[in-house]
Design a protein around this ligand. Structure first.
Ligand code: SF4
Ligand code: SF4
Ligand code: SF4
Ligand code: ZN
Length: 464
């Protein structure tokens, strides 16, 4: 990594990355320059790359934590070309599957300017037999982890209820739907049918509270549609998580508004899960940081924005790194919405594994058998377990526990990696895996990885 200007800064650690042009694997360094950390590497053909991956406080070394690798129970591929070209998972992978994504259709009823799946009206649906095959592959490799049904837009699949039922029959106790909400907004009965089929939770695309945010990310104002979708989920007893994609210049000014909107729809809305944009799939070229000069939003910057916009109600110290995926991938905090409507942080500074961990405050009853596999995430994101006033006749502590069961609210974020920011140490710690059509389990950020011209490494390259 020699050359003018390329040795600046303090080396915080070594890792591997790829060239964003040709995707070849390269040795890389995380270098601190002022308040920024850059992921530096040199492609012999395409030059030097050093995108900012971290900016501000908490600083990266302080957020980092040691991670004990947890290998997959069953590796479907062998090590041949090295990471990230052997995904399947290969035996070198360092984390088991917490959430497996199944893309049940490539069709969609929106044409968002931003879409990692590049979905359109035309496309194909997964058959029930293919869904059964993928469930079996996931179960064999990972046990009964969380399932997310995704797309495209999964509600376009005419056999969605059968796919949900099949998953439940195969032992998956938490099934979540990743949706734009259009179909749910159309019909309360449809939401109920999904709930009765065994759906646990809705991961609802929700980019802001203004028409301009919806326009920027989805091409039309969807505010009323989201409201209707949430109303129908509430009537059906489905928990909802609001999932904003964050695009600098479009909706970063609405973080606290999104949270207060979620709070006003609690306990149906269980939390907000932010996803700062990463550059894979379909996105406007003008939004690409390397072309527009728009910076990516790094983890500490989002924490600072949350603190600022909430006027200190949310504070960085309420948020913890994950104990499951790599520390640089995400943050989370859990709050209790008090009877007065304020937010009380729960378990600040503690790590929670999305698969097995518990928060210090543990208002959930002991679980037996198959239910033991229901994750912390699953328990938080499904509909509240008990009616709000269940402990009306109990003492203060009973009332507190009942409230904590129904009115816990999570705020979290995941910082997906693209070809510019890909850190292979992070990727090897990934616990969110796409079940590819041939039954391989591929870390989400590898599955969606594409080079600067949009050519994918895995997506669209794998047939049955
Ligand atoms: S990301 Fe994991 S599964 Fe993929 S090649 Fe690297 S170690 Fe193997
Ligand atoms: S982002 Fe979601 S809703 Fe938008 S086109 Fe893609 S799959 Fe459809
Ligand atoms: S999906 Fe990407 S950002 Fe999320 S845990 Fe996996 S590697 Fe990290
Ligand atoms: Zn290159």
């Amino acid at each position: 990594m020699s050359g003018p200007g390329k040795e600046k800064g303090r080396v915080l650690g070594s890792t591997e990355s790829v060239c964003p042009v040709c995707l070849r694997r390269l040795p890389a360094e995380r270098r601190q320059q002022g308040e920024e950390v850059l992921l530096c590497r040199q492609c012999p053909e395409h030059g030097f790359f050093a995108p900012v991956i971290w900016r501000g406080v908490p600083d990266l070394p302080g957020w980092q934590r040691p991670k004990t690798p947890a290998s997959p129970q069953l590796a479907y591929t062998r090590m041949a070309q090295g990471c990230p070209f052997d995904c399947g998972l290969c035996p070198r992978h360092g984390q088991h599957t917490c959430t497996a994504l199944i893309e049940i259709t490539s069709r969609c009823n929106l044409h968002c300017p931003v879409c990692f799946a590049s979905a359109d009206e035309q496309g194909t649906d997964l058959s029930l037999a293919q869904a059964a095959f993928l469930y079996d592959r996931i179960a064999a490799a990972s046990g009964p982890c969380n399932i997310q049904l995704s797309g495209g837009e999964p509600t376009l699949h005419s056999e969605l209820t059968a796919i949900i039922r099949l998953g439940r029959d195969k032992g998956f106790s938490f099934i979540q739907l990743n949706t734009n909400g259009l179909r749910l907004a159309e019909s309360a009965a449809y939401a109920k049918i999904l709930q009765e089929a065994g759906l646990s939770s809705v991961f609802l695309q929700f980019d802001g509270c203004s028409a301009k945010s919806h326009q920027a990310l989805r091409g039309r104002d969807l505010g009323h549609i989201k409201e209707e979708a949430i109303r129908h989920c509430a009537a059906a007893g489905l928990g909802v998580v609001l999932v904003p994609t964050l695009l600098p210049g479009a909706n970063l000014d609405e973080l606290w508004q999104i949270i207060t909107y979620g709070l006003s729809h609690a306990p149906t809305v269980r939390g907000v899960h932010f996803q700062p944009i990463s550059y894979f799939g379909r996105f406007p070229q003008s939004a690409q940081p390397e072309q527009s000069g728009r910076p990516r939003l790094s983890l500490p910057e989002l924490l600072q924005l949350l603190e600022l916009q909430s006027s200190g109600v949310l504070r960085s110290e309420h948020f913890s790194p994950p104990a499951c995926e790599h520390a640089f991938c995400s943050f989370h905090a859990n709050y209790l919405i008090t009877e007065e409507g304020s937010l009380m942080p729960l378990g600040a500074g503690q790590s929670v594994c999305c698969s097995t961990g518990e928060t210090p405050l543990q208002p959930f009853p002991a679980l037996e058998g198959r239910e033991k596999s229901v994750s912390f995430t699953a328990r938080q994101w499904r509909a509240p377990a008990a009616p709000v006033d269940a402990a009306d006749n109990g003492d203060d502590f009973d009332r507190f526990l009942a409230r904590a069961r129904s009115h816990r609210f999570s705020i979290s974020a995941m910082f997906f990696q693209d070809a510019w920011t890909l850190d292979l140490e992070r990727l090897r710690g990934c616990c969110i895996h796409v079940a590819a059509p041939d039954g391989r389990l591929i870390p989400f950020c590898a599955y969606n990885l594409c080079n600067a011209s949009g050519t994918a490494l895995y997506r669209g390259k794998i047939s049955v």
